[in-house]
Design a protein around this ligand. Structure first.
Ligand code: ZN
Length: 312
């Protein structure tokens, strides 16, 4: 039995179970690290009957993912001041003494889409969420890409035609980075109405598609993904998908020639399938992965999750 925590800036989603189909799930408001993690730990303990074998955490960040770092498992320089330098993994490990899988919330969502969603059987893909912020995760050869820290795909710099779009952008660090121009708050600030209220024929969507396609073109050229999965609240406007695909092809201008980018374009840039469950699904994958890794290193401690039907 596994525990899973999707730690977001406004809410925590916590779950216990063996498989996505049998999770017992609860939600908590994100307040202080002490209060919210204590509530999450209480839920995991009560729902598992003390039988957790691993816990997976997908957290808002930035976070320290380097196992050799003294601050591994910490939330680092987040603008949420009370969470800065919080030892997330250490706090949960102190409560359960089981292996803890830890990654960003967006990497977790990518893992969820890889296991159960729009990227099943795809070894190399990019997952992008476009909502109150923009975040992206890259899966390369079946592994989530971390590198130096973890990708911050929302903060790439893209061309900004200030005559067409005088809005300066809303990123506190960069102004008109991708997130600053194309996140939900940017759309609302530019047009004076939330994205959810803008009709299909509003000029907001052509501009939004251009900005997203600029990001996608950069990842096509740098990471060569076999699929791009787009999720988050803004992407619930399904009419964005053909616009983004069209802009992407125009931007690449025939230079990258693959079947994915020509005859299979509708299967190349696709909507996420797990919706709001991607993050908690991915946190479950993180728990399973760290448990399997622990089994390999300590085979005498093997426990099997015998079936997918939970008994509470
Ligand atoms: Zn930025």
């Amino acid at each position: 039995m596994f525990g899973a925590i999707e730690a977001g800036g406004t809410k925590f989603v916590c779950a216990v179970g063996c498989d996505l189909s049998d999770l017992e799930i609860t939600q908590l408001p994100t307040t202080s690290p002490q209060v919210t993690t204590a509530q999450a730990i209480d839920f995991l303990r009560a729902s598992s009957g003390g039988k957790l074998q691993a816990v997976g955490i997908g957290s808002f960040g930035p976070v320290d993912l380097s196992p050799s770092s003294p601050t591994f498992g910490h939330i680092t320089s987040t603008p949420k001041l009370s969470w800065q330098n919080f030892d997330f993994v250490g706090t949960v490990r102190a409560a359960f003494d089981v292996p803890i899988g830890f990654d960003t919330d967006v990497n977790a969502a990518a893992l969820g889409e890889a296991r159960w969603g729009a990227a099943r059987s795809i070894s190399d893909f990019v997952y992008l969420t476009v909502g109150t912020g923009i975040g992206g995760g890259a899966v390369v050869n079946g592994q989530v890409l971390h590198g130096m820290l973890h990708p911050e795909m929302g903060h790439i710099r893209i061309p900004h035609d200030r005559q067409r779009d005088p809005y300066p952008g809303c990123c506190p660090f960069h102004g008109d980075c991708l997130e600053g121009l194309a996140s939900g708050p940017a759309i609302e600030a530019r047009w004076g109405r939330p994205a959810s209220e803008l009709p299909m024929d509003h000029p907001a969507w052509a501009l939004e598609a251009l900005y997203l396609a600029l990001g996608l073109a950069n990842w096509v050229c740098t990471l060569s993904p076999k699929r791009i999965v787009l999720g988050g609240g803004v992407m619930r406007k399904e009419w964005l998908f053909p616009l983004v695909r069209g802009e992407l092809v125009q931007l690449l201008n025939g230079y990258v020639q693959t079947a994915e980018l020509t005859k299979n374009l509708e299967q190349y840039v696709v909507p996420a399938e797990l919706g709001n469950h991607a993050g908690i699904a991915g946190a479950l994958v993180l728990a399973q992965q760290v448990y399997q890794k622990h089994q390999v290193s300590q085979p005498q401690s093997v426990h099997q999750c015998k079936d997918s039907t939970r008994s509470t």
